[in-house]
Design a protein. Sequence first.
Lengths: 488, 488
Amino acid sequence: MENGVISHRGKVLTTDTMNPNVKKVEYAVRGPIVQRAVQIEKELKAGIKKPFSEVIKANIGDAHAMGQRPITFLRQVLALCSYPELLKDNKFPEDAKNRARRILQSCGGGSIGAYSASQGIECVRQDVARYIERRDGGIPSDPDNIYLTTGASDGIVTMLKLLVSGEGRGRTAVMISIPQYPLYSAALADLGAVQISYYLDEERCWSLDVRELQRALNAARGHCQPRALCIINPGNPTGQVQSRQCIEDVIRFAAEEHLFLMADEVYQDNVYAEGCEFHSFKKVLFEMGPEYYKTVELASFHSTSKCYMGECGFRGGYMEVINLDPDVKVQLTKLVSVRLCPPVPGQALLDLVVNPPQPDEPSYATFIKERTAVLTALAEKAKLTEQILNTVPGITCNPVQGAMYSFPRITLPERAIAEAKEKGQAPDMFYCMKLLEETGICLVPGSGFGQREGTFHFRMTILPPMDKLKVVLAKVKEFHQGFTQQYS
Amino acid sequence: MENGVISHRGKVLTTDTMNPNVKKVEYAVRGPIVQRAVQIEKELKAGIKKPFSEVIKANIGDAHAMGQRPITFLRQVLALCSYPELLKDNKFPEDAKNRARRILQSCGGGSIGAYSASQGIECVRQDVARYIERRDGGIPSDPDNIYLTTGASDGIVTMLKLLVSGEGRGRTAVMISIPQYPLYSAALADLGAVQISYYLDEERCWSLDVRELQRALNAARGHCQPRALCIINPGNPTGQVQSRQCIEDVIRFAAEEHLFLMADEVYQDNVYAEGCEFHSFKKVLFEMGPEYYKTVELASFHSTSKCYMGECGFRGGYMEVINLDPDVKVQLTKLVSVRLCPPVPGQALLDLVVNPPQPDEPSYATFIKERTAVLTALAEKAKLTEQILNTVPGITCNPVQGAMYSFPRITLPERAIAEAKEKGQAPDMFYCMKLLEETGICLVPGSGFGQREGTFHFRMTILPPMDKLKVVLAKVKEFHQGFTQQYS
C-alpha cells in the first residue's frame, strides 16, 4: 500500500477538470487538417508512397513558407540590430545603418535584448503615428494611443479581454462577421463572451450590409449585452475590400448602437481589384466630423505578418486606440505590462515597415522593386485564382479584391454530405481531408470560418509561386470533378 | 438635436463596464514607481535640475539595459538567420554558420519570417529535450513534451489558464509563495482564480517549509478547490536556492495533496552561494522513483531572458510538461495554436542557449569566456550587495544565493509609516518613491511582491556594473540613514 494514496486518484488536470472555456475554443486554421498534413509530410519523408511528392500548405497566410523572399532592407537592419559589429561593415547601405542606430539608441543599453517599455519602444510608436498620419492624409495620430503588440492577434485578444464583463443577460457580446477569421470566435470562447454573428453577403461579393448588422443585433438584444463590433477589412477569409460608403455606414451604426469598434486592418496593403481602395476606419471616422470622431471608440490593428512583408515569424504589430477612456487606458497599460513587452525584434521590424527607405536614400530603389514585385505577383495570383476556380462546374468564386485568400463556394453531392455526416465530419472538412490525402494540398474547410447553413466553402491562400499555384488550381479542379463524379 | 443620441451616452468602455478581473490585476515591477522613473528621465532630458544626473533602474532584471554585453555567438547566429546573405561572409565562424543553417532549414521556406509550428520549431524542441537530459544526468526528455513560449511568462499564464475552472467553493485555487514574482498574482486575478499564499521563511534565508504549505492549504480548504502549487527556484524576488531535500518534500506534498506542480526555473544558471546547487524539479521527481515520476503532474519553465544571456527582448522560452493527460495536451496544443506561434527569433535564440558551442568548435573559447565573465561578476555583485546592505543599521539582507535580486528587510520609523498611511501609500512604496526622487534609484517596494504584515522590504537587482552598483549601494545606505533620522 506504499503508493496507494497517490496512484489511485488519477490526474489533477483532465478534460473534466480543466477550464471549460478552453475546451470550447476552436481554431481551424491550425486544426485537425493541418495536423494531418504534418503527419503526411513525415510519412513522405519516411518513404511512404503517396500520389504526390509534397504537401502544399495553402491553409495559412504564411508568405515566406510559400517561397516569398524577405525584403532585403528589412533583413539588413535586423541583422545590424542583432549584431551591431556589422555597423562597421561596408557591405551595408548607410540608410540601413542609420535605421539600426536609431533603433538601438532607443533600446536599453543599446541592445534589442533589453526589455522595451510595455507599450512599445517610444521612437517606434512615434514612427507608427507618423505612418498613420501619412496614410490617412494628415489626420493626426498620437504616439500615446499606439500600443505595439505581439502580432495583431495579441492586440485583438487584449482589447476583447478589456471589454468582457457581466453575467447571464448582462454578459458582454461581440459582433463578428460570418465567415470570420477564427481568432475572434476562439478569443470570445476563451473569455466566455457571447458571439453575435452577422453574415457577409456572398451574392454581393461578401459585402457587409448594415441591415444585416441590425438584424443580428436585434436578435441578440435581451439575451446579452452587445458591446463591440469587429470588422476585418480587407476581409479574411473572404477577400472583399469595403467601400468608403460601407465603412461610413458601419461607423454610424456603431455610434447609434453604442458599440466599441474594432477594425482589423492587417491586409491594408493587399488590395488588388480595380476600383477598390483601402480606407482606414480611422480616416473615415475623422472625415465624418466631430460628432463621430469625438465619440466613437475605435481600436484598429496592423501587423508585420501580411502586406508585402509577410514576416509572420517576428510577431510584430500595433494597435491604435481612439477615444479610449483615459482610466481604461491606464488599465490597458497595466494589463500589457504583466507580459513585460512585445518581442523587440518584431518592434524593430515594425519600425522599418512604417518608416521605409525614402527616395533620396540608397536602399530606396531595391526596396520599391522588391515591394512592387510582391504586390504585383499577388494581384496576378488573385485574378488567376478567381478565373480558374470559376471554370470548375460546382465551384463559384468571388473576386479576390484583397487580402491573401480565395473563399470559393463548393457544391457537394448529397451522397458526399451524407457520408460526411456518418463520419461525424462537416461536409467541407470531409472534402478537404480527401483533397489532402489525394493531392497533398492543404486547405481549410469553410466550416472553420463559419458560413450560411447548407453552404460549403474552403479557404485557399493565393501565396504559392505562380507556377505552383497553377498546379494547385489544376489539381483542385481535377479533384473537384472526380469528387463530384464519385458521389453523384 | 442631430447628434443628441450619440453624444450623451458616454463611453462604451469605462472602468465601470470593463472586465472587473483586469481591474484587480497588479504588477508592481512595472507599476507607478517605474512610471514616475520614466517621467523623471524625461524631466532630466528637458533640463530640469535634480540632485542626480541619471535614473538607475534597479527595478527589473533587465541585464542588457544595465550594460551587460550580449554573448557574441548568440548574436552572430541571429544576424545570420536574419540576413542569410551573411553566410557567405568569412567574418563569421563556421559553427555559427552551421547553427544558422540548421535553424533556417527547419523554418518554412528557409526563413525566420515564416510561422513555426505552434508548439515551436521541431529541431529546437529536440535540442531543448537533449539539453534537459544533459542537465538532469540523463533522465529522458521527450520533445513532444516541450512547448516553446513567448518568454516564460507566456507558458506560466497558459498553464494557469488550463487549470482554472469552477465557481464559488469549487473555484480553482493556486498556491503561490509570498513574497512572489507578481506575474503569478496578476495572472490569477485576471483568470478569476483563488490565490493561496504560503510564506517563505525570512529567518531561514527565505527557505520553503512544507509545514507552511500545509498550514496554507488547510486554511484554504473548504473555501475553494486547491489544484496547483507554484514554486520559483532560484527565488524571485528572494534569491534563495532550494535544497534537494526541500524539493523532495515539496514534490511529496504535491503528490499527497493532489496538486499540479509548476516550477519556475528561469534562474537555473544563476546560483552563486557556496554549497548551493540548482536541482531541477524534473530531476528530483525522477530520482524519487516511479511512484512519483509516473503520477505527479509537473510543468517547468525556462527562458532566454535570465542566466548569462539576459536576452529579455527576444521573448524566448520553453516549458516541459510531465504526466500531462494526453487529452489535455491536445487542448493545450489547440490553445497555443490560436496565437499562431512564439516569436521565431526567440526560438532561434533558445536553440543556441540549449545547444551552445562545443569544445571542438571555433566559438567555444570566446563563448565560455563571455559566459563565465557574466556569471562571475553576478556572483561578486550578489555577495557585495548582501555585505554592504548589512552594514546599514535598519537594513537586513539575506544572502543572495541565486537569481538576480536582493530583497532586504527595512525598518521604517513609526512616523514614516504614519505619513505613508496618510498619503494612502504602502510604507515601503512611500520609502521607494522618496528614494527615487532624491537619488534617481528605482527599486520595487516589497509590498508589490507580498510580505508578512508589518514587515517592509524592497527588491533591488544586482545587475548594475560593479562601479555603479557600489554607488547605488552607497546612495541607498546614505538615503536610509537620512530617512531614518528624518522620521525618528
